[in-house]
Design a protein around this ligand. Structure first.
Ligand code: HEM
Length: 124
């Protein structure tokens, strides 16, 4: 049979839906992160992050079809992201990852990427 993507391995669509839904439950209530969403467009933001993560791990490439090249540093440039914002982002993402209860090796691969990506987006 053909190679299995990490996306499939961790449970596909359902897993990423759960991850991003749980993450944004935290973000919406967070005093540090909330002000970064002035239009209160949490649903749109949730869609974009969900599409991106699915695509990144080998799922459907809807993100690029709708948004083009990710260019994450450029797309985060309008927001002041210091250590406090990064740590708040990672706190909610950590809670969301834990709740997936993935096998240790999968959890660690996913989490290491998210930590690395969050550190790379600090711009202030
Ligand atoms: C967009 C904040 C880290 C992926 C956004 C937006 C904000 C934000 C305020 C705009 C919401 C919107 O789409 O309307 C932050 C903060 C971070 C962080 C404070 C802390 C370091 C990350 C990381 C990733 C990521 C680590 C990927 C692993 C995205 C994506 C979008 C986005 C895909 C939508 C880009 C687009 O297509 O316009 N982020 N982000 N972000 N973020 Fe982050």
């Amino acid at each position: 049979s053909s190679e299995q993507t990490f996306y499939d391995l961790v449970g596909g669509e359902e897993t990423f839906d759960r991850l991003v839904r749980r993450f944004y439950e935290g973000v919406r209530e967070d005093p540090v992160l909330k002000p970064l969403y002035p239009e209160d467009d949490f649903e749109g933001a949730e869609d974009r992050l969900r599409m991106f993560l699915k695509q990144y791990w080998g799922g459907p490439n809807t993100y690029s079809q709708e948004r083009g090249h990710p260019r994450l540093r450029m797309r985060h440039a309008p927001f002041v992201i210091g250590e406090a914002e990064r740590d708040a982002w990672l706190k909610h993402m950590g809670d969301a990852v834990n709740e997936l209860q993935l096998p240790a090796e999968q959890e660690s691969k996913l989490w290491q990427y998210l930590v690395y990506a969050a550190h790379s987006l600090v711009n202030a």
